[in-house]
Unconditional design. Structure first.
Length: 175
């Protein structure tokens, strides 16, 4: 019994510690190593993550990390489309960052999901830094940044969550 309690406390402390570390990101800019990391646009042109983020400033941005092979990611896209429709005309942009390793598979996945928004693919060498920053254990994984490119919610709810609509409405009113 004591062993089970110890294991529970140990696992809880790890979870609590990770959630507290993530919360420290709120209101912060992306660190330099992330801003300098590389992404590919839909034409397979390489650019800095920071330039991508800069191009979206002036808007709240809902970032969705996903992959073409990820069934839960694909399932969330129908809800993301509904969110886009719901927030039409608002200062909210949708940024989809794929973790696919191959451009061809990503392009095929983009055609399959057929969703509006800004689409980029992480360069393989950039993935560890993103994973480490947000403590990402799996995808889909969502983040919200403000109109200045600062992190508002480092672990946002999925598009299928009813809570995300209320959260984004509040963020829009506040900004």
């Amino acid at each position: 019994m004591k062993k089970a309690i110890f294991v529970f406390i140990f696992l809880f402390s790890i979870f609590y510690s990770n959630s507290q570390n993530i919360k420290k990101l709120i209101g912060k800019s992306f660190p330099d190593n992330i801003l300098e990391s590389k992404v590919f646009d839909i034409n397979n042109n390489e650019l800095n993550f920071g330039k991508m983020i800069d191009s979206l400033k002036g808007n709240i941005v809902y970032i969705d990390f996903w992959a073409s092979w990820c069934r839960p990611c694909i399932d969330e896209m129908q809800y993301s489309k509904k969110m886009q429709k719901y927030f039409t005309g608002e200062k909210l942009l949708f940024l989809y960052i794929s973790t696919d390793t191959e451009n061809e598979k990503w392009q095929k996945g983009l055609k399959k999901i057929n969703i509006a928004g800004y689409h980029f693919r992480l360069k393989n060498e950039s993935k560890p830094a993103i994973r480490k920053l947000f403590k990402i254990k799996g995808i889909p994984y969502c983040v919200i940044i403000d109109s200045d490119g600062k992190i508002l919610n480092p672990k946002a709810k999925y598009p299928s969550s009813k809570k995300i609509i209320r959260e984004i409405e509040q963020l829009i009113k506040a900004h």
